[in-house]
Write a protein that binds this ligand. Structure first.
Ligand SMILES: [Zn+2]
Length: 60
């Protein structure tokens, strides 16, 4: 059963060297999803997101 694993990113057969993904590329994609997902902290309403971040115009 474990040999029939598929990549959670694209669904291709998993490679042993890059489990649980089919390739390093998909591993990176999944990692990126994790990081981007962590930026969206569940809980406060979306409107408060603007209040939490004051307008910082850092003109360089
Ligand atoms: Zn994949």
């Amino acid at each position: 059963m474990s040999q029939n694993s598929t990549c959670p990113v694209c669904g291709a057969p998993t490679q042993a060297s890059t489990r649980p993904f089919c390739s390093q590329r998909c591993a990176d994609i999944d990692l990126g999803r994790w990081f981007s997902g962590q930026y969206r902290i569940p809980g406060p309403p979306a409107d408060e997101e603007n209040l939490e971040k004051p307008e910082i115009n850092d003109e360089r």
